[in-house]
Write a new protein. Structure first.
Length: 91
Protein backbone atom coordinates (compact mmCIF):
# COMPACT_ATOMS: atom_id res chain seq x y z
CA UNK A 1 0.00 0.00 0.00
CA UNK A 2 1.23 3.47 -0.92
CA UNK A 3 0.10 6.78 0.59
CA UNK A 4 -0.19 9.94 -1.53
CA UNK A 5 -1.48 13.44 -0.87
CA UNK A 6 -3.57 15.26 -3.46
CA UNK A 7 -3.15 18.97 -4.16
CA UNK A 8 -6.40 19.65 -2.33
CA UNK A 9 -5.23 17.67 0.69
CA UNK A 10 -1.94 19.56 0.83
CA UNK A 11 -3.75 22.86 0.32
CA UNK A 12 -6.08 22.06 3.23
CA UNK A 13 -3.08 21.21 5.41
CA UNK A 14 -1.45 24.56 4.59
CA UNK A 15 -4.73 26.41 5.19
CA UNK A 16 -5.17 24.81 8.60
CA UNK A 17 -1.57 25.63 9.55
CA UNK A 18 -1.93 29.28 8.50
CA UNK A 19 -5.15 29.63 10.47
CA UNK A 20 -3.69 28.09 13.64
CA UNK A 21 -0.30 29.82 13.34
CA UNK A 22 -1.87 33.25 13.76
CA UNK A 23 -2.67 32.24 17.35
CA UNK A 24 0.04 29.72 18.24
CA UNK A 25 2.78 28.58 15.84
CA UNK A 26 3.84 25.70 18.09
CA UNK A 27 0.32 24.32 18.26
CA UNK A 28 -0.04 24.76 14.50
CA UNK A 29 3.15 22.77 13.89
CA UNK A 30 2.06 19.99 16.27
CA UNK A 31 -1.36 19.79 14.61
CA UNK A 32 0.13 19.55 11.12
CA UNK A 33 2.58 16.91 12.32
CA UNK A 34 -0.27 14.88 13.81
CA UNK A 35 -2.34 15.21 10.64
CA UNK A 36 0.51 14.14 8.37
CA UNK A 37 1.33 11.15 10.58
CA UNK A 38 -2.26 9.90 10.98
CA UNK A 39 -2.81 8.52 7.47
CA UNK A 40 0.22 6.23 7.79
CA UNK A 41 -2.13 3.95 9.77
CA UNK A 42 -3.94 3.41 6.48
CA UNK A 43 -0.93 1.56 5.13
CA UNK A 44 -1.71 -1.36 7.46
CA UNK A 45 -5.49 -1.06 7.51
CA UNK A 46 -6.70 0.96 4.49
CA UNK A 47 -10.40 0.28 5.11
CA UNK A 48 -10.40 1.45 8.72
CA UNK A 49 -12.36 4.61 7.90
CA UNK A 50 -16.08 4.99 7.45
CA UNK A 51 -17.07 4.49 3.80
CA UNK A 52 -18.85 7.46 2.20
CA UNK A 53 -21.35 5.85 -0.13
CA UNK A 54 -22.32 9.11 -1.82
CA UNK A 55 -19.05 8.84 -3.80
CA UNK A 56 -19.76 5.38 -5.27
CA UNK A 57 -18.40 3.83 -7.42
CA UNK A 58 -15.23 5.43 -5.97
CA UNK A 59 -14.12 4.05 -2.60
CA UNK A 60 -13.92 7.22 -0.53
CA UNK A 61 -13.61 6.92 3.23
CA UNK A 62 -13.29 9.22 6.24
CA UNK A 63 -11.32 9.07 9.46
CA UNK A 64 -11.33 11.53 12.35
CA UNK A 65 -7.99 12.69 13.74
CA UNK A 66 -8.58 14.59 16.95
CA UNK A 67 -10.86 17.45 15.90
CA UNK A 68 -10.15 17.05 12.19
CA UNK A 69 -11.86 15.05 9.48
CA UNK A 70 -9.75 13.43 6.78
CA UNK A 71 -11.27 12.13 3.57
CA UNK A 72 -9.27 9.62 1.53
CA UNK A 73 -9.76 7.43 -1.52
CA UNK A 74 -8.55 3.90 -2.16
CA UNK A 75 -7.42 3.10 -5.68
CA UNK A 76 -5.68 -0.22 -6.20
CA UNK A 77 -2.59 -0.28 -3.98
CA UNK A 78 -2.74 3.45 -3.18
CA UNK A 79 -4.50 5.63 -0.61
CA UNK A 80 -4.97 9.28 -1.61
CA UNK A 81 -5.59 11.91 1.05
CA UNK A 82 -8.27 14.06 -0.58
CA UNK A 83 -9.38 16.68 1.98
CA UNK A 84 -8.86 17.83 5.57
CA UNK A 85 -11.01 20.09 7.69
CA UNK A 86 -11.75 20.99 11.29
CA UNK A 87 -14.94 19.27 12.41
CA UNK A 88 -16.44 22.66 13.32
CA UNK A 89 -16.12 23.83 9.72
CA UNK A 90 -19.27 23.68 7.63
CA UNK A 91 -18.37 20.87 5.21
Amino acid sequence: MELQWTRSGLSDLARLYEFLATVNKGAAARTVQSLTKAPTRLLLNPRMGEQLFEFLPREVRRIVVGQYGMRYELQGESSYVLRLWHTRENR
